[in-house]
Design a protein around this ligand. Sequence first.
Ligand code: EPU
Length: 426
Amino acid sequence: MDKLLIRGGRALHGEVLVSGAKNAALPELCAALLTADPVTLLNVPRLQDVSTMLKLIRNMGVAAERADDGTVRIDASALSTPEAPYELVKTMRASVLALGPLLARFGEATVSLPGGCAIGSRPVDQHIKGMAAMGAEIVVEHGYMIAKLPTGWTRLKGARITTDMVTVTGTENFLMAAALAEGETVLENAAQEPEISDLAEMLIAMGAKIEGHGTSRIRIQGVEKLHGCTHRVVADRIEAGTFLCAVAATGGDVVLRHGRADHLDAVIDKLREAGADVQAVEGGIRVQSAGGATLKAQGFRTTEYPGFPTDMQAQFMALDCVAQGTATVTETIFENRFMHVNELLRLGAKIQVDGKVAVIEGVGTAGRLSGATVMATDLRASASLVIAGLVATGETVVDRIYHLDRGYDCMEAKLRGIGADIERIR
Ligand code: EPU
């Protein structure tokens, strides 16, 4: 199993190229199932989760080729098996995104229930509720969602769908299903993440009629057929945010090429309050910071976009650990997303957790984190440990970095490129 060896204490300088967004590429690979025409996606990040999604759609009989420059060509004309088996779904929950497109184009889908997850229970009841509102008959049997259209139907029917909570992949599944449904679908309480808008733009390029994406009410007029398109995946705001936190914590001056400051308002506000200088520059984001004890710890609550993203909670907490002062962090989206805390404690951080609330007392001028061997438990937790390791004294070894490889495109190479002392041990 690969590990990362980090020798902390170096400031970071230079430029990093931000990759395409994981959480946009995954639904967009599924959106290609909605048409028999070829679809080309550009700027697809090199990630384990993308490989898993390609495996999933190839398993359905779809032709999919990935080139080294991030171009993925998909031809779903020969799709023959509208199924997402447990073996693939269990390794990546985003596989549930196959449900909407398969039902919409084939009138049937068999998709495994995702099962447990390190960050929380993550049920899919809202996905089922929405598809049922569009007329699908869904039973859950032997760990699978088995969905089909009622006898005599050829398409799903548009519906008003109001979810009990804001759900990102739920909204994406409904968008894709509604694009080919008969009549109008209105999504109330829709997720507003930039990845939703990026998916909607791709669907529009395929001939879908969608309005209101980026707001909490999305209207979709179903069309009979969608056609092929070429679409560029939006830049990964969470990857950019992770590098912003890393540079703020270590100190330095870095430009994130292709980074979208307008997708990171909540995080950038907190970084500025902490004392880092973050500016939107042409084609990217620039961050300058004196690092560590010059920063002031910042509290926040995670909420849906445009609030502070749960996917940035762990990384910002690593920054709080090395800053001055005390900060209260509340995780409101997932019930078990503090798994990084025990590992950060091993590096000398001072954190107390009570349910959804973590109180972090920054080590500030009193000392520094000290390197140790720590274990990654999920994707963003791994990124938080890398940031802590970059600031800590001595050597930090981050074990189980397969989590990191699921969602970060060449993270250690990008960090090395801006001066970090980090290497992969195989
Ligand atoms: N929820 C339900 N029932 C449902 C759907 C969601 O109870 O049917 C609950 C979840 O348990 C959670 C909340 O609603 O408490 C929000 O979950 P959401 O459905 O929005 O999460 P997701 O769509 O499964 C996506 C991202 C996650 C990110 C969350 C929240 C993708 C592929 N995944 O997950 O990304 O944390 O939205 O922003 O887009 C990551 O990249 O590290 C990651 C975990």
